[in-house]
Design a protein around this ligand. Structure first.
Ligand code: GDP
Ligand code: CA
Length: 312
């Protein structure tokens, strides 16, 4: 039994490789839900959906999010009414959000709805939201140094404002009172290895660690925990990790990732391009493993998954 801590796209690519090297049914992915938000009255879970669609080989390669062959007729229809549609939801994707929202309104927990959705997509891997409770990433931003500050929801900063305002602080609203999803702590205790996927350390892995109880098990099982750095050559492969790590005092490099994870992670897989960082990672008490980490296709991802498992 393996457990993986997962955000969205980086995790999805890694897990797509992992299911080629171990029995998919032996994997539990604990997925970030702090990016979840309501749009047009619908509950959208971006990271759960990225992982689900990628494992089902149904994700959109061109856009990097959503479903392949997607159309946006509903968004265009909403434009007529002047409804803001900066957060794009495809027509097929909306089916998932409609279903999820109806089930949640009927009183079904997110973890149970997620099991229904993954079953419908034919997945054998178990996806567990980090919690059934509501947790939301909130940014405090500054448009000019020392200027007035604003609070933004995750997608407002990331999509609507294109990561332009500088980050001053990040909060996971609701995390203190959130409980781990049913079966989550048991899975962490039972896992032969725990993988921290190459996901954004601040807003994908951070919220999972902020749910009370999860970090403690990881610390206790540190020897079994192996991380994969989401940074290559000191830069994120994609996404805003660099804009978030810096302001929070985390060096924007695999050394910074190791420093952020060192309490609960014994091993960190890094890219050849960062081999020169190995000594500083080792000095933090984290064992570096150097390999190809740029997941161009599922074959590279599978090779990376194999190396990661061997390291654990
Ligand atoms: P998001 O919620 O979709 O942003 O998903 P994640 O947090 O899982 O993914 C974002 C992170 O994945 C970024 O920090 C990227 O650098 C990382 N990432 C994406 N593709 C790759 C890859 O091929 N290799 C590695 N090592 N990291 C990747
Ligand atoms: Ca995300």
């Amino acid at each position: 039994m393996l457990v993986a801590l997962a955000g969205g796209v980086g995790a999805a690519r890694f897990l797509r490789g992992l299911v080629d090297v171990v029995d998919p049914a032996s994997i539990t992915a604990i997925v970030n839900t702090a990016d979840d938000e309501e749009f047009h009255g619908l509950h959208v879970s971006p990271d759960l959906d990225s992982v689900t669609y990628t494992l089902a080989d149904a994700h959109n390669h061109t856009l990097g999010w959503g479903l392949e062959g997607e159309t946006f007729t509903v968004m265009d229809a909403l434009d007529r009414y002047g409804v803001p549609t900066w957060f794009r939801l495809g027509d097929k994707d909306l089916g998932t959000h409609l279903f999820r929202t109806q089930r949640l309104r009927a009183g079904v927990a997110l973890s149970a709805v997620t099991a229904e959705i993954t079953a419908a997509w034919g997945l054998r891997t178990r996806l567990l939201p980090m919690t059934d409770d509501t947790v939301a990433t909130r940014f405090t931003v500054e448009d000019a140094p020392g200027g007035p500050r604003r609070e933004l929801a995750m997608q407002e900063w990331f999509v609507r404002e294109r990561c332009a305002p500088a980050i001053v602080d990040v909060a996971f609203v609701g995390a203190d009172a959130a409980r781990p999803a049913p079966g989550l702590l048991e899975a962490l205790h039972a896992a032969e290895a725990i993988i921290v996927c190459p996901s954004n350390p601040v807003i994908s892995i951070g919220p999972i660690l902020a749910v009370p109880g999860i970090r403690d098990v990881l610390v206790a099982r540190r020897d079994r925990v192996v991380g994969v750095s989401p940074l290559i050559g000191g830069k994120p492969v994609k996404g805003p990790a660099d804009k978030l790590m810096g302001p929070l005092g985390i060096e924007v490099s695999s050394v910074g990732v190791a420093a952020a994870y060192r309490d609960f992670c014994a091993t960190l897989v890094i890219n050849h391009a960062d081999a020169a960082d190995a000594g500083r990672i080792e000095a933090l008490g984290v064992r570096p493993v150097v390999t190809e980490t740029l997941m161009r296709d599922p074959q590279v991802a599978a090779a990376l998954a194999r190396t990661t498992l061997e390291a654990a």
